[in-house]
Each structure stands twice: as C-alpha cells, then as structure tokens.
Ligand binder design. Structure first.
Ligand code: OAD
Length: 256
C-alpha cells in the first residue's frame, strides 16, 4: 500500500489553487488503453503514433477515420472511474482548481468536472481538415453520402476528429491557460502521464520553476519523477480517493 505523506495532505487541504495535469493513465482503470501500451484486437498491428498524424490521414483518411470511430465507440462504452470522480470532488473543495488534460476521451467532463482545459482536443468533436469548421451533423452527412470520412458541407474538405495530431500545434488559448495555472497554483499534480509528449510534459517544470510543490501519481516512474516533490507510485483510481478522504475527512463523511 502506498503511504500518503502528511505534508501533502496538509498542503492539499490548505491550498487555494490546485492545478492538475492528466494523461491516458487516469482512464486506464475505466478500460481505455493508454497510448504506449499494446493495443488489442483489430487495431493491434497499428502504432497510434503512426495513425495520429496529418500525414497518415492524408495517405489513408478512411483508415484513420475508422480508427477514431473504434476509439469513439470504446470511450462511449466505458464509464469514468474513481480517479475522475475524486478530481471532480477535489474541485468542489479547493477555492480554485484547474484541470488540464491531454486526454481526448471526455471522461473528466462525464465525471462532473467543469472548465477542463483540453490540450489535445476531444474525439467526439469533428472538424474539416481543410477549412477547420466544426461539423455538427456528422452522422447525417455520413448516412446521406455514404462517404468515409464524410465531407465538409462548406468546402467539401474531408472531415477529421478535432484532436491534436503529432506535428500539429496545440490550441494556443488552452496552452496559455495551462501555463498560467501551472505557474500560479500552490500545488501541482501530474497524474497518469508518461511525460514524453511536449509541450504538456513541460507543465510540471513550470510549477517547479516557481517553487510550487509537485506530485506525481503513476505506478511507473517517468522522466518527470526525479524532479517531483512527492511521488505516489500506484493507480490513480485508488490513490486519489484516499487523498481526498484524508484531506477533507469531515466533508467525505458528510457526502457518504
Ligand atoms: P501514455 O500512454 O504515454 O502514458 C500513460 C501513463 O499512465 C504511463 O506512464 C503509465 O505508467 C501510467 N498509468 C497506467 N495506469 C495508470 C493508473 N491506473 N494510474 C495512474 N497512472 C497510470 O499516455 P500520455 O502520457 O497521456 O498525444 O500520452 C501523452 C500523449 O501522447 C497523448 O495525449 C497522445 C499521445 O500520443 C496526442 O495524441 C497528441
């Protein structure tokens, strides 16, 4: 069992602004495979890093579209887990809370988190590869045209998921807000992320540059681990509910 340091419990219960960065690991316990773990079944022979690129889409739009269709179905068939709910509860306890995610699965929002900063977009939204307009009637366009992927109503470009692919720029507003929160919070968490993909992986360093204590929640060590103030080396779905219950023992009992 992973011991949660008293110092961390105190810092959390007294914090005025907590910033949290999450990655694929927070959704692992919901049954969503992480990026760098072996894919299963039909898609196991494809490397996500080969499919999640503008070049892959340009070469074979149907293949990339169908991979995202499979991921959309997977995500809609699973539920948020105790880690997602613990963060929604933390947000209700801390005066200011900023949740920054690299995940495109929408599970934080389904667990009740508001104002989530989505650094890598969301797979349920679709936009045009050419003109960038959001498409709201994808199902209808697909059914009436029979085209995979369907085409944009405005410019006839191919439709694609509204996510950030490798080699693409992150949404500037989301990234600026993420940097700002990381440098101005008084406790920073990095949860379920391998810390390999930039610029998201640079957010803990922003907090550390301001002498803000940082916490990593991950059963494995990562390139970020060495710099962290606290390491909770275990599954987020177990550790985050424990941490919330320890930081606000009376409130947790009231809600039971
Ligand atoms: P990764 O798949 O790289 O890393 C997942 C991390 O979660 C690993 O460090 C695991 O050890 C950890 N993990 C697994 N189970 C966990 C659990 N139960 N609790 C806590 N941690 C757990 O996923 P990301 O870091 O999110 O980018 O990947 C970053 C980005 O790379 C993704 O957003 C995506 C990807 O390619 C784009 O699509 C642009």
């Amino acid at each position: 069992m992973v011991a949660i340091p008293n110092e961390l419990i105190e810092l959390l219960s007294e914090a005025n602004h907590v910033a949290v960065l999450t990655g694929a690991g927070i959704s692992a316990e919901s049954g969503v495979p992480t990026f760098r773990e072996a894919q299963t079944g039909l898609w196991s022979r494809y490397d996500p890093e080969q499919l999640a690129t503008p070049e892959a889409f340009a070469n074979n739009p149907r293949l990339v579209w169908e991979w995202y269709d499979w991921r959309r179905q997977l995500v809609s068939s699973v539920e948020p887990n105790t880690a997602h709910y613990a963060l929604a509860e933390m947000a209700a306890r801390v005066p200011k809370f900023t949740l920054i995610t690299q995940n495109v699965d929408g599970l934080h929002q389904r667990a009740g988190s508001d104002g989530v900063i989505e650094l890598h977009g969301n797979i349920v939204r679709t936009k045009c590869f050419d003109c960038g307009r959001i498409a709201y009637n994808v199902q209808e366009l697909q059914e009436t045209s029979g085209q995979v992927p369907p085409r944009c109503e405005y410019c006839a470009g191919l439709l694609r998921p509204d996510v950030v692919w490798f080699g693409e720029t992150l949404p500037a507003d989301a990234l600026n807000r993420a940097y700002d929160a990381s440098r101005n919070c008084d406790l920073f968490f990095s949860i379920g992320t391998s810390g390999l993909v930039y610029p998201a992986a640079s957010l803990p360093a922003q907090a550390l540059s301001q002498n803000i204590p940082t916490v990593e929640v991950n059963p494995q060590s990562t390139p970020l681990s060495g710099a962290m103030t606290f390491i909770l080396a275990g599954p987020a779905g177990e550790l985050l509910p424990q941490l919330v219950a320890l930081a606000w023992p009376h409130s947790s009992q009231e809600t039971e």
